[in-house]
Design a protein around this ligand. Structure first.
Ligand code: ARG
Length: 467
C-alpha cells in the first residue's frame, strides 16, 4: 500500500459527506450554548419591545414575536428543542423555531442586531446570574463559619507555621480566617458584577446601526445600569467572563485550602476532626477506611477552575477587534468553572456545618512542641525588662532543658528555670499554659477569645445587613 493510500484511509473517510459535514461540526456550539436559552429569549423580548416602541417593527409583529418567544421558553422549560448542528447555536435555534411558530414575522426580530451583540448580551446576563448564585452560596458559607467559630471561641488548637507547631490559637480564630477569605471573595464577585453591568445590545455586528434604536431602553429592561459605550469593544469584550473566572479561581483556591486542612485534620495522626458520614466514603478493600473524598474533590476542582480561567485567557490573548469565532470557545470554561465552584461552595458549607471538632486532640497537640515558648520570652521582656533578643536566647535554653527532661515548658521546676536566669520568678507559670497564651493575645485581630468574640459580633452584623 502506498503512503498516499494509507494516509487517505487514516482520515479520508471523514470526508464521505464532503468538508461541509466537518465544517458544520466544528462550527456548532448548540451542544453547550443551549444553556443560554433563558437569557437569549429574555434579551430578544427586550429587543423586540424596543423595536416596536421605536416603530421599527409593527406592534402586531412584535406581539406575535413576543408570544412565540414565550412559547419557545415553555418548550425549553419542558425539555428543550431538537438540535440541528446546521443551525449552529442557540440564537439560530430560537429564531428558526420562532419562524415555525409565527411565520415570516419572525424574520423581523433580527433587525438592528447581530449574533455578535446578541451573544455578548446573553452571556453577560448568564454570568450575572452565576455571580448572584455564587454570592448566595458564599453568604451561606460565611454564616456557617461564623456559627461554628462562635461555638469554639475558647477551644485551643496549635497554630502552625511551616506546618510546625508555632503558638496556640483558638479554633474560632482559625475558622474566622476563612470567613475573611470568603468575605473578600464576595467583594471580588460583587465588583465584577458592578463592572460588567452594561448592556452591549445594539452594538450590532461591530459598528452600531443606522436604525433609530433606543439602547437605554433595552439596557434598562434587562437590568443593566447603562448601554456600553463603544460598539467595537461591546462585541469583542469578554472581560466580564474573565473577571468571573479570576474571582472564581481565587475563591476556589481558598476553598481548596480549607479542604486541605480538613483532609489533614481528619487523618489519624492529627485526629482534630471527624468528617460526617455524608461527606466521607469507605474503601472497597480496607474496611476501616473513612476517606475525605468530598474535601479532596474540592481541592482537585480548584485546579480545574484555575485551568478554565487560563483557557479563556489563552483564547482571548492576541485577538484583534472585533468579534472572532475563537470567542465562541468562551462559554465551556465558564460553565465548567461555575458548576464546579457552586458544588465546591455547597460541599464546603456542608462540611463546615456538620464536621465534629475533637477539642481534646487539638488541646494535646497545642500543648506539644513548646508552643508557649514565645510567651516565656515575652514575660522576660514585660516583667523582667530584658531586651527581646536576650529573652529569646534565655527561652531557647529553657526549651532545650525541657526537651532533655522530656517535659513541657510549664512542667520545669522553678529552680531549674531560675538556674537558667535568676530574674525568673514563680509568676512565670501564669503565662506558660496554652489557655493563658491565647487569652493574652488581645491585639486587634489577635486570637484571644475576647478579640475573636468582637470580630464574630461584627461578622454577624455584616451578615444581618446582607439579608
Ligand atoms: N455562536 C456564536 C458565539 O458563541 C455566536 C456569534 C456568532 N457570530 C458570528 N459572526 N458568526 O460566539
Amino acid at each position: 500500500m502506498s503512503r498516499k493510500d494509507n494516509s487517505n484511509s487514516m482520515w479520508g473517510g471523514r470526508f464521505a459527506e464532503g468538508p461541509s459535514a466537518l465544517m458544520r461540526e466544528i462550527n456548532a456550539s448548540i451542544s453547550f450554548d443551549k444553556r443560554l436559552w433563558r437569557q437569549d429569549i429574555q434579551a430578544s423580548k427586550a429587543h423586540v419591545a424596543m423595536l416596536a416602541a421605536q416603530r421599527i417593527v409593527s406592534g402586531e409583529d412584535a406581539a406575535a414575536i413576543a408570544d412565540g418567544l414565550d412559547r419557545i421558553a415553555a418548550e425549553y422549560e419542558a425539555g428543550g428543542l431538537s438540535e440541528d448542528p446546521a443551525l449552529e447555536d442557540i440564537h439560530m435555534h430560537v429564531e428558526h423555531r420562532l419562524a415555525e411558530l409565527v411565520g415570516p414575522a419572525a424574520g423581523r426580530l433580527h433587525t438592528a442586531r447581530s449574533r455578535n451583540d446578541q451573544v455578548a448580551t446573553d452571556f453577560r446576563l448568564w454570568v450575572r446570574d452565576a455571580i448572584d448564585e455564587v454570592l448566595d452560596g458564599l453568604s451561606g458559607l460565611r454564616r456557617a463559619l461564623v456559627r461554628r467559630a462562635g461555638d469554639h471561641v475558647e477551644t485551643v488548637m496549635p497554630g502552625f507555621t511551616h506546618l510546625q507547631v508555632a503558638q496556640p490559637v483558638t479554633l474560632g480564630h482559625h475558622l474566622m480566617a476563612y470567613y475573611e477569605m470568603a468575605r473578600r471573595d464576595m467583594s471580588r464577585f460583587a465588583d465584577a458584577r458592578a463592572r460588567m453591568n452594561e448592556c452591549p445590545l445594539g452594538a450590532a455586528a461591530l459598528a452600531g446601526t443606522g436604525f433609530p434604536i433606543d439602547r437605554r431602553a433595552t439596557a434598562q429592561t434587562l437590568g443593566f445600569d447603562r448601554p456600553t459605550a463603544n460598539s467595537l469593544d461591546s462585541v469583542s469584550d469578554r472581560d466580564f467572563a474573565l473577571d468571573y473566572l479570576m474571582a472564581a479561581t481565587q475563591c476556589a483556591l481558598h476553598l481548596s485550602r480549607l479542604a486541605e486542612e480538613f483532609i489533614l485534620w481528619a487523618s489519624q495522626p492529627f485526629g482534630f476532626v471527624t468528617l460526617p458520614d455524608a461527606y466521607s466514603t469507605g474503601s472497597s478493600i480496607m474496611p476501616q477506611k473513612r476517606n475525605p473524598d468530598a474535601a479532596e474533590l474540592v481541592r482537585g476542582h480548584s485546579g480545574r477552575i484555575a485551568g478554565a480561567m487560563v483557557a479563556l485567557v489563552m483564547t482571548m490573548k492576541g485577538l484583534p477587534l472585533a468579534y472572532s469565532k475563537d470567542m465562541q470557545d468562551d462559554k465551556p470554561p465558564v460553565f465548567e468553572a461555575h458548576d464546579l465552584l457552586a458544588l465546591s461552595i455547597a460541599a464546603m458549607t456542608g462540611m463546615v456545618e456538620s464536621v465534629t471538632f475533637n477539642a481534646d486532640r487539638m488541646r494535646i497537640a497545642a500543648e506539644a512542641g513548646h508552643s508557649t515558648a514565645t510567651d516565656l520570652a515575652d514575660w522576660l521582656v514585660q516583667v523582667a525588662g530584658i531586651p527581646f533578643r536576650e529573652a529569646h536566647h534565655i527561652t531557647g535554653r529553657a526549651v532545650r532543658l525541657a526537651e532533655e527532661r522530656n517535659v513541657r515548658l510549664w512542667e520545669l521546676p522553678l529552680d531549674a528555670l531560675v538556674s537558667i536566669d535568676p530574674r525568673i520568678d514563680a509568676s512565670i507559670f501564669d503565662v506558660l499554659s496554652v489557655d493563658a497564651s491565647v487569652q493574652s493575645r488581645t491585639s486587634h485581630g489577635g486570637t484571644a477569645p475576647s478579640a475573636v468574640r468582637e470580630r464574630i459580633a461584627e461578622a454577624q452584623k455584616a451578615l444581618e445587613m446582607d439579608r
